[in-house]
Design a protein around this ligand. Structure first.
Ligand code: HEC
Ligand code: HEC
Length: 387
């Protein structure tokens, strides 16, 4: 399998073994699934994130006791019943009007409100133009070809020849968290060319948080998180695709094989990201900073997963990746911001990684990265649960 991979990612097809062990569907794992059937557990939980974000609820507004140990996820509540009806409604709208393409989602109407607005306010009509962007980008006329932006990125990192020598790395750091939550974990990241990556976060006992691990071994992935519906499980569906993409993009030399059909959208700007000097400030005022002009490139990753990359126009470096998981009610965005690039033996690597999911955020500050070191294969094995 490794040989196939090395010969060219474009020719890579899923190994037969992966198809045999069929992942469990949401309705086999949960007790009361009536409409969101036939999707993986991860994608099902992704739909819960979409619902919450779309209507501006947290889980407990539809699920009795969510956030406590008395939670009953399966029990129906009035809001849950409405939400279920909305899932069917959305499917019908898309089927009857958009030949089944996913053009209308919960977000289209709700935009973070429980009851969608019905009339435009004149403030909005005469206000600044909407900053919302399309998920799916097409090559915009007048924009440079994607190759040019990618080549500049590879050059900024140390050049393609140098990058081709990168075969592994091992990093240590701390998790910084957001708003005083989730910080203080000891982080280890291991990556091995072409497609293995493990992020292992250990919390000190007194914080009461268990370990949080995310592993992709080139074929299978696992997640272990203490504060979740499922504490320890094998990744499936778009979560698995996302883990694979993260692992593959750990080695930028292969970016043009990993992402296909690259196209360049209109340039945008994103807020400046905190570097090491503003580390303390960033914990309290994250997201505040200057706007940086970026080139926006989109490509298709594993199973056509959309990934949008934002490259700093000036330095050429990758500042952000947003990848989208697919679900029946909308796309689930995961955003990773890269900053604090430092030189490690002639290759620039980001020392700060900031993650945002629909259900939370986290940031990692690395203090040491060693490249091309041997990595114990056990790091890419299924994380063992302590309980
Ligand atoms: C707007 C309402 C709404 C919100 C908010 C919501 N859910 Fe749900 N949830 C539902 C609906 C509807 C179903 C049943 C789906 C179906 O029947 O296919 C469900 C089912 C579930 C189930 C399956 C329970 C079982 O055993 O059948 C879990 C687990 C779950 N939700 C977790 C969550 C989590 C975690 C959150 C917060 C991130 C959340 N939900 C937020 C509406 C909601
Ligand atoms: C075509 C527009 C539209 C779409 C798409 C839509 N909704 Fe709604 N939704 C509404 C409207 C309008 C209401 C308010 C109905 C009312 O007040 O009687 C509503 C109400 C709700 C409510 C009840 C809120 C409350 O506080 O009582 C929930 C929950 C909800 N929607 C969830 C969803 C979910 C989940 C999706 C995606 C699967 C979705 N909606 C998609 C239009 C939409």
């Amino acid at each position: 399998m490794r040989a196939v991979f090395a010969a060219g990612l474009a020719a890579f097809l899923p190994a037969p073994a992966a198809a045999q062990d069929k992942p469990k569907m949401a309705e086999e794992v949960f007790k009361n699934v009536q409409v969101l059937k036939g999707i993986s557990v991860d994608d099902f939980l992704g739909t819960m994130g979409i619902m919450s974000a779309a209507v501006g609820f947290d889980c407990s507004e539809c699920h009795i006791g969510a956030g406590t140990d008395k939670v009953d996820w399966a029990a129906d509540t009035q809001k849950k019943i409405v939400a279920r009806r909305m899932v069917t409604m959305v499917a019908n709208i898309n089927r009857e009007n958009f030949s089944g393409r996913q053009m209308v989602t919960c977000w289209s109407c709700h935009h973070g409100r429980d009851r969608p607005a019905t009339s435009p306010t004149l403030e909005i009509v005469y206000g600044p133009p909407s900053q919302e962007t399309d998920d799916v980008l097409t090559q915009m006329p007048g924009q440079p070809p994607a190759d040019q932006i990618i080549d500049k990125y590879l050059q900024a990192l140390g050049g393609p020849q140098k990058l081709a020598t990168l075969k592994s790395f091992a990093a240590t750091g701390t998790s910084v968290g957001f708003g005083g939550f989730g910080g203080g974990g000891q982080v280890e990241i291991y990556a091995k060319f072409p497609d293995q990556r493990a992020t292992l976060i250990k919390f000190k006992k007194e914080t009461g948080r268990g370990d949080s691990d995310r592993v992709y071994n080139g074929k299978t992935g696992w997640i272990k998180t203490p504060l979740a519906v499922l504490t320890d499980y094998e990744l499936t569906g778009s979560e698995l695709d996302g883990a694979r993409l993260d692992a593959e993009l750990s080695f930028p030399a292969q970016i043009k094989q990993v992402l296909t059909q690259m196209r360049v959208g209109l340039p945008a700007s994103i807020s400046d990201l905190p570097g090491p000097s503003s580390q303390t400030a960033s914990e309290t005022k994250e997201g505040i900073g200057q706007d940086r002009p970026v080139n926006v490139v989109q490509g298709n990753g594993p199973h056509g997963m959309l990934a949008t990359l934002y490259f700093d126009q000036k330095s050429g470096l990758l500042l952000r990746m947003v990848r989208y998981g697919r679900t029946p009610i909308g796309r689930v965005p995961t955003q990773i911001d890269y900053s604090d690039y430092r030189d490690v033996d002639g290759i620039k690597l980001p020392f700060r990684l900031t993650f945002a999911w629909l259900d939370g955020r986290d940031a990692i500050q690395l203090n040491e990265v060693r490249i091309n070191v041997p990595i114990d294969p056990s790091k890419f094995e299924r994380p063992r649960s302590a309980n």
